[in-house]
Design a protein around this ligand. Structure first.
Ligand code: ATP
Ligand code: MG
Length: 362
């Protein structure tokens, strides 16, 4: 049986938020604890973060530890999962360099996520080449570890498509070498792309519309209470809309029937709450207070674990260092196979010298 391997990661551009949690982190912990996977790699993508933060290396450096603490606090277990830092695995850059020959500029230009991100960063007239090519570098990250499964949010779909194309092309040109990865999206629709607290399409570190996993209880409460809802729902008696109503999207993402029994027993479930809101007579404040209870319940154990790990920064440092070394060994094996397939492994076997000696020995 072929090995089952996970590779996924996050950019150290800020602390991780509840969008990351429902979109990917929570699933990673479940997969990790399922025991179904032979190897699990989680990457802190600092090299990728530098592609659009080249002038702010301090931001990337500062967020390495934040992201690592977030991982550990949600339950990523370094005994089961290899956590590593992308820039420490030089083999990834080398792989990306060879994959670049298999991708056209126009194909990269068509990538919808890259398009949207270029717009968001006002890069239209001055796209850094490194940023433009980051989908190729992501293909290197995934294939270096022979990942079969990539648990990510919906915005990563075009990246996995791009990776699959590179895998197919490489294998067709150089012979069967790379593993074709499968994307694993959240099964709950609201978690595919959690909107920001401002109602914008995506909660994103770069947009400042986030609830962070490490945020203090009171700060989370304030953010929840000032969240975007239905702008036409002015008086309590007014009928309210669910579509585009961020508070209800968050409830879709976070709450279960148990939460109603605990915090809002006059409703059996979310459907009943939604029906009342649509009919009119249910105020935003009541719904927001409920959402706050639900989110706080989820974040409480995460905060507590984070506080413990914050007292053990030396251990976290060791986890990252050991993980990066292990990851490097894995990636080196794949790079050797890639070079052999591409016939650029001149010094790894006697073949090249034999061939050339024969050619010149007439
Ligand atoms: P940046 O703004 O720097 O790109 P980001 O908030 O988009 O940061 P990433 O590090 O790019 O975060 O994404 C890490 C993972 O989290 C990816 O799998 C991505 O799909 C997922 N993710 C990010 N934001 C969301 C969201 N709002 N909802 C669901 N999943 C998300
Ligand atoms: Mg992103």
């Amino acid at each position: 049986m072929a090995e089952k391997i996970i590779l996924t990661g996050d950019r150290p551009t800020g602390k991780l938020h509840v969008g990351h949690y429902v979109g990917s982190l929570k699933r990673r912990v479940e997969l990790q604890n399922s025991g179904e996977f032979d190897k699990i790699f989680i990457m802190i993508a600092d090299a990728q973060a530098l592609t659009d933060n080249a002038d702010n290396p301090a931001k990337v450096r500062d967020n390495i530890m934040e992201v690592a603490l977030d991982y550990l606090s949600v339950g990523i277990d370094p005994a089961k999962t290899c956590i590593f830092i992308q820039s420490h695995v030089a083999e990834l850059t080398e792989l990306a360099f060879y994959y670049m020959n298999l991708v056209t500029v126009s194909r990269l230009q068509r990538n919808p996520t890259v398009k949207a991100e270029i717009q968001m960063r006002n890069f239209e007239t001055s796209i850094p080449v490194g940023f433009f090519t980051y989908p190729i570098s992501q293909a290197a990250d995934i294939t270096a570890f022979k990942a079969t499964t990539v648990p990510v949010g919906e915005d990563q779909m075009p990246m996995i498509e791009q990776t699959k194309e590179i895998v197919h092309k490489f294998n067709a040109v150089y012979g069967e070498t790379l593993v074709d990865p499968q994307i694993l999206l959240p099964s709950n629709k609201a978690c595919l792309r959690l909107p920001g607290t401002d109602g914008k399409a995506k909660m994103s570190k770069s947009l400042g519309n986030c609830i962070y996993l490490s945020e203090a209880e009171e700060d989370v409460r304030k953010k929840v209470m000032s969240m975007f809802t239905d702008p036409d729902h002015i008086r309590i008696e007014d009928p309210g809309k669910l579509e585009g109503n961020t508070v209800f999207t968050y409830l879709d993402a976070f709450c279960n029937d148990g939460h109603f029994a605990e915090y809002l027993p006059e409703y059996a479930n979310l459907d009943e709450l939604k029906a009342h809101y649509q009919r009119g007579g249910l105020g935003d404040v009541k719904v927001k207070k409920f959402l706050n209870n639900v989110i706080q319940e989820e974040l409480r154990p995460i905060r507590a674990r984070r506080a413990e790990y914050e007292q053990r920064i030396g251990d976290v440092y060791d986890i990252l260092k050991a993980g990066s070394e292990k990851a490097r060994e894995e990636a080196a094996k794949t790079l050797a196979e890639v070079k052999a397939a591409m016939k650029i492994n001149y010094f790894d076997t006697p073949e090249f010298l034999e061939e050339q000696s024969k050619k010149y020995s007439k």
